[in-house]
Design a protein around this ligand. Structure first.
Ligand SMILES: C[S@@+](CC[C@H](N)C(=O)[O-])C[C@H]1O[C@@H](n2cnc3c(N)ncnc32)[C@H](O)[C@@H]1O
Length: 317
């Protein structure tokens, strides 16, 4: 072990790091730009998608945040497996190099039988451990990620028959991990709803859905009960002309600043409205507008495993 102790670890470069952040696959640059935006002077050590630094940050683009980890020396594959097995954990590996060596170690330790989950299924109370080879004989191991999914990646048994797009997975993930779903008979407005994945999810959980888009809704979704479709520009819809909703959803492709103005218009009319909206970025992450969303009381922002170059804003109080 290079330095004992659960939190402070010393890397080869003599840099003290206490926190590790794993970027979502394909969004490493976004995580790095977020670190640079939030902590411009911080030294960052990068290992593939894993970023090590000595600062506790809440990073939207991090799939996993590791706090109590050790960086230890290992002599061999067997030694690595022995050191992992010494802790009675279900371990999940992340590899950015030495994939075969990682596999051979992982095969020797219990991964736990992880199965894809069904929507609204009760989550297991697994707290997966995370480990990664930093070098051939140096391993980072974090026995507790406080996450029930291996390396923080949620996977669903997908519904292929009805939803007309895979966008429904964003709502499934949001309702599984971040917020209680709306109640039965809640009135929900779904802006930018076509072809209808979100409208379908909301309808299946018993909501009365006002579905709004300039484009047509998938006919199979339109035919379902409790869906009213308004074919219109969401930005031109007058909130006072709509039955008071309990929830406002938006997956509209638009500039985050335009969405912010739209949201503020609806909050002005209905201050206790709850929101789940996707902020879609054209190029680099617009941190200024993202922070403006975060400054609205009761707000949180996440990048979901099922988000693309976009994040999800939730206001549920
Ligand atoms: C990513 S898709 C939404 C997918 C949808 N959530 C689903 O689950 O199927 C974005 C939608 O925003 C709609 N949109 C873009 N600008 C809009 C506007 N000004 N008013 C209403 N809808 C708009 C597009 O027509 C498109 O259907």
């Amino acid at each position: 072990m290079l330095k004992p102790g659960p939190v402070r670890t010393r890397t080869k470069s003599r840099c003290v790091v206490s926190f590790a952040y794993l970027a979502f696959e394909g969004y490493e640059n976004e995580l790095l730009s977020e670190i640079n935006y939030r902590a411009p002077k911080e030294v960052v050590i990068r290992n593939g998608r894993l970023f090590l630094l000595d600062l506790d940050l809440n990073l939207v683009w991090a799939q996993l945040k590791l706090t109590k980890f050790d960086i230890i020396k290992i002599d061999s594959i067997n030694d690595a497996a022995k050191k992992l097995k010494a802790e009675n954990k279900k371990w999940a590996a992340y590899s950015f190099h030495m994939h075969r060596r990682t596999e051979l170690i992982q095969e020797k330790v219990s991964r736990g039988k992880f199965k894809k989950i069904k929507f609204l299924e009760k989550l297991s109370n697994h707290d997966f451990g995370f480990w990664c080879l930093l070098e051939e004989k140096k391993m980072l191991k974090c026995p507790s990620t406080l996450n029930p999914f291996p390396i923080g990646k949620i996977e669903f048994v997908e519904e292929t028959a009805t939803p007309p797009s895979r966008a429904y997975l964003k709502l499934w993930e949001t309702f599984t991990l971040h917020v209680k779903p709306p109640e039965k008979n809640h009135v929900v407005i779904d802006m930018g709803s076509c072809p209808g994945g979100w409208t379908w999810v909301l309808q299946t959980i018993g909501c009365k859905v006002i579905s709004v888009d300039k484009a047509p809704l998938d006919p199979n979704i339109l035919a379902l009960p409790n869906i009213e479709f308004i074919k219109q520009d969401a930005f031109k819809l007058d909130p006072s002309k709509i039955k008071k909703p309990d929830w406002f959803f938006s997956d509209i492709i638009c500039d985050p600043q335009d969405l912010l103005n739209l949201v503020k218009k609806w909050i002005k009319r209905y201050p206790d409205l709850r929101f789940i909206c996707t902020l879609k970025y054209k190029g680099a992450t617009d941190f200024v507008t993202t922070d403006a969303f975060l400054s609205i009381p009761g707000s949180r922002v996440f990048h979901l495993c099922h988000n693309k170059h976009e994040v999800t804003w939730i206001k549920d109080s």
